[in-house]
Structures are given as structure tokens and as C-alpha cells.
Design a protein around this ligand. Structure first.
Ligand code: 3SL
Length: 232
């Protein structure tokens, strides 16, 4: 049976061998939730980039450019990192370049894996089905916050482990921890996260609807896959 492991933060990635495996990059609040929403709502493809300047450079090629730093939309960019931006009619058929504080880094740092896909609570069921069909070892790469652990990405890993428990080995301590944390939290994810650092940070920005949106499971059946430099 293949196994599922969890890397709690990109800082720990050098300790994980991703070769031969599928990496599931996750930043529940909010980058990967927004990316899934964008593709589900007709964005053609997404270029996840690390730096503001590199993201801005895509504008010349006709891309929508989106940027977030510390939860706030960066000056001059078309869009920020709210999933609600990607529900608008005018994103359909557009190409999107995006840079965020943690999520886009997690994607780019996972590229030594055989395949990189993007997960969030909003597509956790679709990700589970994708991984069952692929039948390879999996590492969930949690974006965390500036290199450290966070609860919401760990809860995604636990939700995914729950969905995969009949066809994958849950034999890594990190996976078991995530699985049990999710069992405690799943009846009320928002309540469980109410004191968490990023929920508090986003609440200070008055974006509770974004948090609620991002914690809803199985809204979409889209699984973004990294092909070259683009998520499709
Ligand atoms: O760190 C990130 O990549 C963002 O998702 C953070 S925020 O939710 O936009 O603040």
C-alpha cells in the first residue's frame, strides 16, 4: 500500500525525499483555496511565483496579476488573495499569475516531487480520489506561516488522511498527529481554529467570510496540477 506523510512546514522540506512521490501543496488560508476556486471558475491556468516583481512581469503578457503580503493585497496588482475575487465573471478564460506570502512558495519548493498538485479543504475529496487513482506515495506539504507550523494546513492533512485511510498506510507520526487533530476539530473547524494565529490575523482584516469559505469541504472537484511552471 502507498503511504501518506505530512511535512508541517516548508522549513522541514529538506528532511523529506519527494522524488518518486506526489506532493500535495496546501495553504488553506487562503492561497490554495483561492487557486482551486479560480480554476473551478474558468481561469485558464495559474503561474504561482515567489516574488512580487516576477509576478508583475506577467502583466505585459496579458495576465491578471494577483499579490498578497501579510494578508493584504499588494499595491497596484489586479487582485489579492481572496477566493471571492475568483468568483467574478471577468476572471473566466483569463490567465493568472499569483504570489502570496507562503502558499506560492510551498508549491515551488515541492517541485522535486514526481508530481505537484494543489489541495485545500474546498477540494479535499477530489484530491483524495486523484491520489487513490495514482497509487503513489504522497507527501502533504503544508505552507505554514513564514516557515513555521500552522493548524489549518495540518487539519487539511488530517482530512485527507481520513479520506485515504482504507487505501493508504497512515504510518508516519506526522500523519497520525494530523489525523487525530482533525478528528477533534472536524465537527467545528472554525471554532477549533478561532484562537489560531492566522485566523486571528485575518479577523483583524475583517475577512471572516473568506475564512468560512476556505473551511468548507468539497465545494469543488477541481485538482490543480503543476505542469512546468503552470497550474492547470
Ligand atoms: O500566506 C499565504 O500564502 C496567504 O494565503 C496568506 S493570506 O491568507 O492571504 O493572508
Amino acid at each position: 500500500m502507498p503511504s501518506i506523510d505530512v511535512c508541517f512546514s516548508p522549513t522541514l522540506l529538506p528532511l523529506y525525499a519527494l522524488e518518486g512521490k506526489i506532493a500535495v501543496a496546501v495553504d488553506v488560508l487562503r492561497a490554495t483555496s483561492s487557486m482551486v476556486t479560480a480554476l473551478a471558475n474558468g481561469v485558464e491556468h495559474i503561474a504561482p511565483v515567489s516574488e512580487l516583481e516576477a509576478c508583475w512581469a506577467f502583466k505585459e503578457q496579458g495576465y491578471l496579476v494577483a499579490a498578497e503580503r501579510d494578508g493584504i493585497k499588494a499595491d497596484g496588482f489586479d487582485l489579492g488573495n481572496s477566493p471571492f475575487h475568483y468568483l467574478e465573471e471577468d476572471v473566466k478564460g483569463k490567465r493568472l499569475a499569483i504570489t502570496t506570502t507562503n502558499g506560492t512558495q510551498a508549491i515551488r519548493l515541492s517541485r522535486s516531487a514526481d508530481e505537484v498538485i494543489v489541495g485545500a479543504m474546498v477540494n479535499v475529496g477530489a484530491v483524495a480520489e486523484y491520489l487513490k487513482k495514482a497509487g503513489k506515495d504522497v507527501v502533504v506539504v503544508c505552507a505554514g506561516w513564514k516557515g513555521v507550523f500552522n493548524l489549518e494546513d495540518t487539519l487539511f492533512a488530517g482530512a485527507l488522511a481520513e479520506r485515504l485511510q482504507d487505501s493508504f498506510e497512515l504510518n508516519h507520526d506526522a500523519t497520525l498527529a494530523a489525523y487525530h487533530l482533525y478528528q477533534t476539530a472536524k465537527a467545528d473547524l472554525l471554532g477549533f481554529l478561532s484562537k489560531s494565529s492566522h485566523v486571528q490575523r485575518l479577523e483583524r482584516l475583517h475577512i471572516l467570510p473568506d475564512i468560512e469559505f476556505c473551511l468548507e469541504e468539497d465545494k469543488y472537484d477541481v485538482v490543480p496540477v503543476l505542469q512546468g511552471d503552470f497550474l492547470v
